[in-house]
Structure formats: C-alpha cells, structure tokens
Design a protein around this ligand. Structure first.
Ligand code: ADP
Length: 444
C-alpha cells in the first residue's frame, strides 16, 4: 500500500472515529446523568409518599373521608410533582379505594374493587411508569405505594401516588440537545480540519512533483548553457579575427555586419551567463567565498571598463572614494553585482552622470549607484526584482536585456546578508543602494 493511500485511510478513520466517539461519549454521559436524576427522584417520591402515609393515617382510622380528601388536595397543590394520590384501606377480601384524586385509578379499581399489588411484600414500592394524566399527555413519573400502619404496626391501608419527573426530564432533554449541538459543531470542526489536511497532503504532492520538475529543468538548463558557452566563444573569436584583418582586408559593409554579429554573440553570451546563474541559484549550487574584499578596487575596475561606452552616450561615471572600501563578501559576486548596476545605469540613461558613493551604516556599508536616466514608475519599481521582469515602453524597447540581472544580484546580496533598495523617478533617474557587511577597515 502506498503512503498516500495509508494517509487517506488514516484520515478517513479519524473523520468517522472522532464524531462517533463524541456521540458515544455524549450518550454515555447523558444516560449516567439520567440514572442519577432518576435515583434522586425515586428517593424523593418515596419520602413524600411516606410523609403522606403518616399524615393521612388518623383519617383512615377514624374513617374521615372528607378531611382525607381535603388533605390529599392540599398535598397535591403544595407539591406540583405529586399527582394521582389515592388512599386504599385494607378489607378482609383485599383493598378498597378510600379517597382518590386519580379518576382513572378509581374507575379501574372500582371495576374490580381489587388493587392488585403484586409488590406488596416490601414497602415502599416504587416503579417508573408513564403517569396517566398531565394535560392529556403521557408523562414519566415514579409511582410509589406506601403502607399506612397503625400503632401496632399493622398495615391498615395504602397510599399510592405518582411523582412526576417533568421538570427533570425537561432539564435533561435540554442538556442532551445542547450536548448534541456541541457534538455536531465539533464534528463539523473536525471535518473542516480534515479537509484542510487533505488539501495539505495534495499540496505536498504537487510541491514534490514541482520540485522534481524544477530539478529536471535546472539540469537541462545547466547542461544546455554549458554546452552553448564554448561554441559561442569560438564563434566570437573567429569573427574577431576576420574583423582584425587576420585574413586580409575586408570591405566596410562586411566589417559592419560582422560587428553586429559580435554584438549579437555578446547578447547571447550574456543570456547564457544569466541562465547559468539562475539554474545554479535554483539548484542551490551557489558557493560563496566570504572574506575581506576591496570593493573600491573592483568598482574602479568596472568603471574603467565602462568609461568608453558611457562617453559614447555623453555619460560621465563619477567614482572618487577617498579611501579603500572593504566588504566581507565574495569578490566574484561583488563584481557581478556592481557590473550589473553600472551596466544598467549606462543602458537606461541617455546622458548626464552616474554617481557611485559609499556610506557607513552601522556594521554595513551602503554603496549607491545613482543615474540621471529614464527612471521608472512606482509600479515598475515594485516588480523590478522579479525574474524576467523588464520595463516595456518606448524608451526601453531598443535596449537589450534578459530581465534576470537584478533578480540574480538580489539573490547574491541576500545570501551575503545584505540588502538592495531602489529609488526612482520616471524621467529623472534611479538610485540603487546595496548594503553589504563591512570588513571593518577604515573607509572614507
Ligand atoms: P535587464 O537585462 O533587462 O537589464 P535587469 O534585471 O538588470 O534586466 O533589469 C530589469 C529591468 O529594470 C530592466 O529591463 C529595466 O527596465 C529596469 N532597470 C534596471 N536598472 C535601471 C535603471 N538604472 N534605470 C531605469 N530602469 C532600470
């Protein structure tokens, strides 16, 4: 049996078991409570009947039916639970109704004039019955028969009465329905929890599949980009040789076209490089060699590489640190981070200047790359660090790129415990601020 099946069977078992246990427990408790109530009422009924037997004894002895009847009415009015009270007197041939508030009883006994008391050995006798009358409905009651004895302890009569359990039954029913409501709610809650549990299981399954797919994609990307790199370097090298005149002078038109080919190969190279980085990041194959790095030296070198390209666009790159800036970081990643930012600043500016500066912020050093370029809207700024995101408008449509650079460098910065922020105004320029851990050396 596979794991998912076991999980489903297990969940279904819980789904039915918990509400069933709840129901069983509720019924068990309810039955116990009812039994306790009943025992309590039985003893109350027996006590009430005994008191009655004593209080009507004199009237039975003096054969005072009128006062006995008044007494019965008084008693049943003072205690509403007491109903159908009947006094019987002992006759040589059985029992005879002396006084009664119970019409049914009088009729039934007067028919036979014989009260069949099969349980007359042990007094008082109480049994649980459906009392005959209470607003026409059958009501549960304790029927108790108690002997009336004279001074010589002889049984001279019997008192029979019904002690209604209406009040208790009502309370009990209310308690039971409350418990049932709670049970239904709990069962509902369990079902909701389990449904969520099922959803979670299916999400986990999906996630696993997604992970496998990502791994396959990553492997593919990694192999494909690796394999692309070598031929492209060769293509570029051979074209460069032809442009440089290694095979004789070539016409200007041919040279121009070959230069375009070199540019396109550079673009392809960038794409391959970015894709390779993405696949490395996704597969967690990035390694960082963290040690003190002279960031200002790296940035100076990058600025040097871009000065000519920038000058062609009437752009000046300003970077004048008064001292060396040391970071605790991976030198290669630092170079990629600032290359990307300076490259973007050049790419997305028409003219003006690009200013690079450092600022100390506690244990971090914040390096800002500010340009006077095209800038961007707040909405574009929000999405800037998403993978493959590129701002699409008139100003960017001729600028080549993959939309991966910022995403990649953000991963690097995050992994090195840093942070990247951006401020930008459409048409005015952009400022990226990269905060990385300082190597605690003196800076300007
Ligand atoms: P790309 O390869 O497209 O440059 P990036 O991830 O480096 O990819 O940048 C994503 C997008 O952010 C760019 O396409 C561009 O629209 C915008 N962007 C980045 N840097 C700047 C900047 N300095 N000024 C204006 N827009 C920028």
């Amino acid at each position: 049996m596979n794991k998912t099946r076991v999980q489903i069977i297990y969940s279904l078992a819980i789904l039915f078991l918990i509400p069933a246990l709840l129901a069983f427990n509720t019924l068990l408790l309810a039955t116990e409570v009812r039994q306790d109530y009943d025992r309590e009422l039985q003893s109350r009924a027996e006590l009430a009947n005994s008191v009655m037997a004593v209080s009507v004894r004199d009237y039975v002895e003096t054969d005072d039916k009128v006062t006995a009847s008044e007494r019965l009415t008084q008693l049943s009015e003072s205690q509403v639970e007491l109903q159908n009270i009947t006094i019987l007197t002992r006759q040589p041939d059985g029992y005879e109704v002396f006084s009664s508030l119970d019409k049914d009883f009088v009729i039934s006994t007067s028919d036979t004039l014989q009260f069949d008391i099969s349980y007359s050995r042990k007094w008082p006798v109480a049994k649980n019955v459906a009392a005959k009358t209470l607003n026409g409905a059958d009501t549960r009651a304790w029927n108790v028969v108690t002997p009336i004895t004279n001074d010589s302890e002889q049984v001279i009569g019997l008192v029979s009465s019904d002690y209604l359990t209406t009040d208790v039954d009502e309370k009990f029913d209310a308690t039971l329905s409350r418990s049932l409501v709670i049970m239904v709610i709990s069962a509902g809650a369990v079902i909701v929890l389990l449904l969520n549990h099922f959803r979670l299981i299916s999400y986990v399954g999906l996630l696993k599949k997604q992970k496998e797919l990502n791994q396959t994609m990553g492997d593919f990307l990694s192999v494909a980009t690796h394999e692309l790199k070598a031929p492209m370097t060769m293509i570029k090298g051979y074209i460069a040789n032809v442009i440089d005149g290694d095979h004789g002078k070539i016409p200007k038109a041919a040279k121009d076209q070959l230069e375009v080919a070199v540019n396109q190969t550079d673009r392809l190279n960038d794409l391959v490089k970015d894709l390779l980085n993405v696949s490395r990041i996704e597969q967690g194959k990035l390694s960082f060699d963290i040690k003190p790095v002279n960031a200002s030296e790296i940035i100076k070198m990058i600025v040097g590489n871009y000065t000519a390209v920038a000058a062609k666009k009437d752009l000046v790159i300003k970077y004048e640190p008064t001292d060396d800036v040391w970071l605790m970081a991976d030198a290669g990643r630092v170079q990629e981070i600032f290359t990307n930012l300076i490259d973007n600043a050049v790419k997305y500016s028409v003219k003006g200047e690009i200013m690079i500066q450092h600022k100390v912020d506690g244990k971090k050093i914040v390096t800002s790359v500010r340009d006077t370029g095209i800038g961007m809207t707040a909405d574009e700024r929000e999405r800037l660090f998403q993978r493959f995101y590129r701002v699409k408008n008139e100003k960017t449509k001729n600028v080549s790129g993959t939309g991966l650079g910022l995403w990649i460098i953000k991963q690097y910065i995050d992994k090195m415990g840093g942070d990247i922020k951006v401020d930008s105004l459409e048409g005015s320029g952009t400022e990226f601020r990269v905060s990385l851990v300082s190597a605690n050396k003196k800076i300007s």
